[in-house]
Design a protein around this ligand. Structure first.
Ligand SMILES: NC(=O)CC[C@H](N)C(=O)O
Length: 188
């Protein structure tokens, strides 16, 4: 199994390390050609506007969006979740626009709104795992096929829809690999 990690900007190295830790081969994705031969793709945290613009500049936006719509498993963490969302901040605009969620950017405020917490996420881990939120978004609305995996203080921070997974937080920045294992199980 080979998991692509979008490597245009943001915390892609951390996701590569987590994949290595669980014995899964990662592949840095910097062009459409790199998309060949991958079994899934991860969109890391970073700046969604920057990543979205580079996807357009590199002519990757439609290619990736179509692959996900045709079933390529995809997981977005923080900015990566924003890339997947159909709607951002109640506009009708997104980036890849593949997952039936509306997201609010910088939902906890900007840098000062960053925090971490330990939670049990029933479908993902039986023990509490650390969730790290950095200038994080959250989901404000989900479509009928979206399964909510985690809510904190009434805000949706993790969800799944068919072949897609979205987390407001950064599992790649913690020692907990439960979400990476969960994503791999989604693919198997
Ligand atoms: N840690 C992150 O990925 C921050 C996301 C960033 N605030 C954005 O809106 O794109």
């Amino acid at each position: 199994m080979v998991i692509g990690v979008l490597a245009l900007q943001g915390a892609f190295r951390e996701h590569m390390k987590c994949l290595e830790n669980i014995g899964v081969q990662g592949k840095l994705i910097k062009s459409n050609e790199d998309l060949e031969g991958i079994d899934g793709i991860i969109f890391p945290g970073g700046e969604s506007t920057a990543m979205g613009r580079i996807l357009v500049d590199f002519n990757m936006k439609e290619t990736i969006s179509n692959k996900i719509k045709r079933g390529l498993p995809a997981w977005g963490t923080c900015a990566g979740m924003i890339l997947l969302a159909k709607k951002i901040n109640r506009t009708n605009k997104g980036h890849l626009e593949v997952m039936d969620i509306d997201v609010k950017r910088n939902a906890y405020g900007r840098q000062l709104g960053s925090f971490s917490t330990k939670e049990i996420i029933p479908l993902v881990s039986k023990d509490p795992i650390e969730l790290v939120f950095i200038r994080a978004p959250y989901i404000t609305k989900v479509g009928k096929n979206v399964e909510i995996l985690c809510e904190i203080d009434g805000n949706i921070v993790a969800a799944k829809e068919e072949n897609m997974l979205a987390t407001s937080f950064h599992p790649e920045l913690t020692e907990y690999e439960d979400f990476h294992r969960y994503f791999i199980e989604m693919i198997k």
